[in-house]
Write a protein that binds this ligand. Sequence first.
Ligand SMILES: O=C(O)c1ccccc1NCC(=O)[C@H](O)[C@H](O)COP(=O)(O)O
Length: 269
Amino acid sequence: MTILDRIIAQKRIEVAQRREATPITALEQMPHFMRHCLSARDAVQSFRSTGIIAEFKRQSPSKGIINDRADVAETTQGYVRSGAAVLSILTDEPFFGGTPADLQAARIANPETPILRKDFIIDRYQLLEAKAWGADVVLLIAACLTPEEVAELSMQAHDLSLQVLLEVHDEEELERSITPNIDLVGVNNRNLKTFTTSIDTSLRLVERIPDTFAKISESGLHDAETMRTLFRAGFDGFLIGEAFMKTDDPAQALAKLVSEFNLNNTLSI
Ligand SMILES: O=C(O)c1ccccc1NCC(=O)[C@H](O)[C@H](O)COP(=O)(O)O
């Protein structure tokens, strides 16, 4: 059984419990449900964007506790001040220590910045939650969904005006999961069996991603030189969590990476 299998088994129980506790009619009455969503895709692809999707990540299966002190509103506001194009907020509690309250606090603190609900989405109910809590974009992970589920969930997300980030780990997942109702394609550099990360995965897959989608490299990124390599290979954006969250000042770590990335680009491209 892989870590993903364990997460999804737990998620099925959690979604059933949540649906029981909060009916859809209650989600639809929450204040953010009717808000106009922001475009994560435009935010990473716009001319002046750093392309950084900055993640608020307290813990993970691969690293254990990363940061259990950071305040979500303060950290995400710092990320935005330092140049984050999009925020990624983990809402999975058992494995990542995230909560729905984290997403709602980040939404209130950052009204102008697109927010990704980072979770393991297997059911339309979770899309409605994402909308109610103030997300603009949701993650669909090809490794835990059939192509039919990706197509159905991405269509339902678009019906709610949520954008979709499809995450893939290899060529097979990419080929079988691409569907028109996707806005961004993320290549996850983390092997979920060994937890090792390698940007070779991103570099191998980038040319196979149609140009109609924004291209994001995810996981294990921590230096400007690597971002530059990925940018030159065709990536528009970079999903980064641990490299920021493991420091005492995540926003300052992001600002440093942005300034090193900009300096490298100015000098070398
Ligand atoms: O991070 C993990 O250990 C992990 C384990 C199992 C499934 C997913 C996992 N991570 C989710 C992510 O996609 C990352 O949080 C995200 O790409 C940021 O990665 P990093 O910059 O390495 O924190």
